[in-house]
Ligand binder design. Structure first.
Ligand code: ATP
Length: 238
């Protein structure tokens, strides 16, 4: 399989409002890609289409080689794609360790480099220190780590993150989030990350996608987008 994700002719709408217009893109296995766009550009809607849990859509979406038209969300997840949702999900009364153990129950095929609780704690010592705490008592940065760890424990090879830096202090992004996200790609995981934080997105990804009012207005090297002041000003207000 060459592509982790293939999208062609994707158009999506809520009621009568068109949200995405003729999106075409594919993401090769192992690539890290940033999805950029202002508030309301359609980033979350696009990510939700991939899990069949957002707007109605037409076109074709292939996740890890499988056409997902009409497929229920839980089956799409079992193909090996995990979502770290905007707001990091909710896990109110569980402890960190319980939450991680639950995520590890996903029925994914055995893989060579399986993620285990020990491997998670090794790479994220902060979660080890907080393993007995209630998830609701975690800081924003710790919750983001937990959400990422849960995605890894599903043994997914394609991880989708929706604005992971939202609400985090710049220092937390730099010291806690960035190194963890950078290590995903080094571990061979394909990453699609929706972000409004341009510098974080461009530090993580070699390739950038830019959505403007539901149209894909840029798909190319991240470094080249950084140089395009007119496009950044028009679609990100920078
Ligand atoms: N459930 C819904 N019903 C109707 N319209 C919606 C719904 N969810 C989102 N929209 C609209 O779809 C458009 C795209 O929203 P979306 O959340 O996908 O954008 P976004 O780029 O992720 O923005 P943000 O960065 O603010 O999360 C917006 O105009 C939004 O108001």
């Amino acid at each position: 399989m060459k592509n982790a994700l293939s999208i062609s002719g994707l158009t999506a709408h809520y009621d009568r409002a068109d949200i995405l217009h003729d999106i075409n893109l594919s993401i090769p296995v192992g690539q890290s890609v940033a999805l950029l766009g202002r508030n309301g550009a359609g980033k979350t809607s696009l990510l939700n289409c991939l899990f069949n849990m957002g707007p109605m859509w037409q076109g074709q979406i292939e996740v890890l080689g499988q056409d997902i038209e009409g497929m229920p969300t839980y089956r799409i997840a079992l193909l090996g794609m995990a979502l770290v949702p905007q707001g990091r999900g909710r896990f109110p009364t569980l402890s960190v360790q319980e939450s991680l153990r639950l995520a590890g129950l996903a029925h994914r095929p055995q893989t060579k480099d399986r993620w285990t609780l020990e491997r998670i704690y090794d790479g994220m010592p902060r979660l080890y220190e907080r393993r007995q705490s209630s998830c609701s008592a975690l800081s924003g940065g710790e919750r983001q780590l937990l959400a990422l760890a849960r995605a890894l424990l599903t043994q997914s090879s394609l991880i989708i993150l929706d604005e992971p830096s939202e609400g985090l202090a710049p220092m937390t992004i730099q010291d806690t989030l960035l190194p963890q996200l950078q290590s995903l790609n080094q571990q061979g995981i394909t990453v699609l990350i929706a972000e409004q934080n341009l510098s974080l997105a461009l530090e993580l990804a070699d390739r950038a996608l830019l959505l403007g009012h539901g149209h894909l207005v840029y798909d190319g090297p991240a470094a080249q987008l950084r140089q395009d002041a007119a496009l950044l000003q028009r679609h990100l207000g920078l």
